[in-house]
Design a protein around this ligand. Structure first.
Ligand code: CUK
Ligand code: CUA
Ligand code: CA
Length: 631
């Protein structure tokens, strides 16, 4: 087993011309490399990392009472949630339940969350990978965050003023929404997302053949969260990103083979970076030049083969990440089974779509970086940082030097390789997907943590590492364990996010509770009343620390009870809860918020309810009784 720095020399010496043994990896080599390179000899010791951390230029210490400089938004992977972090402290500030159920806040239990998830939602899970914040003119505008659900083919929107999910859309006629990015310019009108798996159309059991199978590239309207259009593609789709003109988006395809087995997906030495001509697609849809599929009325255009809407640029091999450089010049496809990244010049795409140049004429560099390039991020100073999954390293390289090298000049584009622990997936530099990329921090989301933390049984946490990239050298400064499983994160300057400290009473988040109250002649802010409507009972109560406005109500066995709690406290941080003992009912009621939950009073007798959010010295005393009469 060679040391990683010797392997680097291999890579540099082999260059673009010769195909080294490392150039393309088969399944066996890939599996072997994970075992050996990944868990083998680390070049730096624990002590040398500690020393490097002390020399870091940026101070990572955030003293008690001080605030972080950046918000980090982490996806929760198969946890289905979003996590809000402070960077550089790497403290977890909040969790935003999205596709998961959350007993603390009542997400998935309350009527307000069911308005978002769907009252007939059957899915308790989600697989959230790619959180991204809306932009205006290529800069974060702090309004919305969007995130995909690979598990159940959904896209969610989070209102950043209250940090709650307010819309979820299921994408029709596709399976597994994976890559998600936003239109950057002129503003985020579209949410772009890839459906990964090819399925037959119609997928009704009448035909299982690959001939009738395809997948689609999708665009949602960011304001309405309706699906604006879909594009049928060849192969499949993995990750995506958009450009800084508003005209193009691009996606990686690792399965140009349209294979259903592993070996089949690796048959071709090159798959594709698929470029979408967003302008032309939108134009065709506007002109009614589309079809629809099945029950859905979403406009669908066909982007297979030689269409006006797409171009399939060959790139090696089973590419994964697709990243736009913050100067707007390049799409970069990360090779995964090839040790290379492919740099595509965005300013050549007009000519490509006008058939003035060939597909590969758009490629301006293809640097060899190391084994298993997955994702690339940027510092805004011309450098790119690529995760090498198999080598367990970050490769820092200079884009313009890689272009010179591709043109035959004798320049070294590699700047540094840094060991990370271990098997990094995404990495993300501060503000890197916007014009404001500031090259201060780099977060690396490592998939394996084995010896970095106290052991906690066979299931290990991931390891989210923080690297100072402000100087010439990358310096690892922090390890942060994370539960399953951040795939991606973004870093946002703290002044770019403006949140409310208490709800305003007209917040649409509880509009349906207000509508029901109006129908019942109830003033949510004042009334403590019980409304009977057949076997439906609606209990309206206020809360002011440390008391519920209603401390006793009577219903009949079998009644469907809805409890509405309106928190009249106006003081920041005085959140109440409502929990009905032995009924599986629990929810958050923050200052000036109304929350409601519906359950069946199925057992006669006395049932206590209580406030389960510590709000006051007399919080234990904040409680009441539901009296259920025998039917
Ligand atoms: S993906 Cu997970 S490491 Cu879903 Cu963005 Cu690459
Ligand atoms: Cu109100 Cu605890
Ligand atoms: Ca392939």
């Amino acid at each position: 087993m060679k040391k990683t720095n010797e392997l680097d020399k291999d890579v540099q010496e082999t260059g673009d011309s010769g195909l080294s043994r490392r150039r393309f990896l088969g399944a066996t080599a890939l599996a072997g490399a994970v075992g050996a390179a990944g868990f083998g000899g680390a070049v730096m010791t624990r002590e040398s990392f500690a020393a490097a951390a002390k020399e870091a230029q940026n101070n990572i210490t955030v003293e008690p009472g001080e605030l972080d400089e950046y918000y980090g938004f982490w996806s929760g992977g198969q946890s289905g949630e979003i996590r809000v972090m402070g960077v550089p402290s790497m403290r977890e500030l909040m969790r935003i339940p999205v596709f998961n159920l959350d007993g603390a806040t009542g997400w998935g239990l309350t009527n307000e969350s069911k308005d978002v998830l769907g009252h007939d939602n059957k899915f308790p899970n989600g697989d959230a990978h790619h959180p991204h914040i809306s932009m205006t003119d290529g800069r974060y505008d702090g309004k919305y965050m969007f995130i995909n659900d690979k598990a159940n083919s959904r896209v969610a929107r989070i209102r950043l003023d209250i940090m709650k999910c307010d819309k979820i859309t299921t994408i029709p006629n596709v399976q597994a929404i994976h890559g998600l990015r936003l239109q950057k310019v002129p503003k985020t009108n579209y949410v772009f997302c890839n459906a990964e798996y090819v399925i037959p159309h119609p997928n009704d059991g009448s035909d299982f053949s690959m001939e009738s199978s395809f997948t689609m590239f999708n665009a949602l309207d960011a304001e309405t969260m309706e699906v604006a259009w879909q594009v049928i593609v060849d192969g499949n789709l993995d990750n995506t990103d958009a450009d800084f003109t508003g005209k193009y988006a691009a996606s990686t395809c690792y399965n140009s083979e349209k294979a259903t087995d592993l070996a089949g997906t690796m048959r071709n030495d090159r798959d594709w970076a698929v470029v979408f001509n967003v302008e032309r697609i939108a134009e065709a849809v506007k002109n009614g030049d589309y079809k629809t599929l099945g029950d859905s009325d979403v406009p669908v255009v066909d982007g297979r083969g030689k269409s006006p809407f797409t171009r399939y640029i060959p790139v090696p091999k089973n590419p994964h990440g697709l990243n736009t450089s913050p100067d707007g010049k390049y799409f970069i496809a990360n090779g995964k089974l090839s040790p290379t990244c492919t740099v595509i010049a965005i300013d050549r795409l007009d000519d490509l779509f006008d058939d003035k140049i060939e597909l590969r004429d758009t490629v301006v560099a293809e640097p060899e970086l190391g084994l298993g390039p997955l994702h690339t991020t940027f510092d805004g100073r011309g450098n790119a940082y690529t995760t090498l999954f198999i080598d367990s390293q970050i490769a820092k390289w200079n884009v313009e030097d890689a272009i010179k090298h591709y043109n035959g000049e004798d320049v070294n584009y590699l700047r540094q390789k840094l060991d990370v622990h271990y098997q990094p997936g995404h990495n993300h530099a501060s503000l890197t997907e916007t014009r404001d990329a500031d090259g201060k921090w780099l977060v690396v989301l490592s998939k394996f943590s084995k010896d970095r933390f106290l052991p906690v049984g066979p299931l290990h946490p991931e390891n989210d590492q923080l690297i100072d990239i402000s100087g010439d050298e990358m310096k690892l400064v922090h390890d942060g364990p994370a539960f399953a499983e951040p795939h991606d994160c973004i870093l946002v300057r703290r002044d770019q996010i403006k949140t409310k400290k208490v709800y305003t009473r007209d917040d649409p988040y509880f509009a349906s509770a207000r509508a029901q109250a109006e129908e019942d002649g109830i003033t949510l802010e004042a009334d403590n009343k019980v409304i009977r409507d057949g076997n439906k009972v609606r209990v309206y109560m206020t809360s002011v620390a440390p008391q519920f406005g209603t401390t006793e109500f009577k219903v009949k066995q079998g009644d469907e009870v809805t409890v509405y709690v309106t928190n009249l406290d106006t003081i920041e941080d005085v959140t109440h809860g409502f929990c009905m003992v032995n009924h599986g009912v629990q929810m958050e009621v923050s200052p000036q918020q109304t929350s409601s939950v519906t359950f069946v009073a199925d057992r006669p007798g006395v049932h206590w309810y209580y406030c389960n959010w510590f709000c006051h010295a007399l919080h234990m005393e904040m409680r009441g009784r539901m009296l259920v009469e025998k039917a």
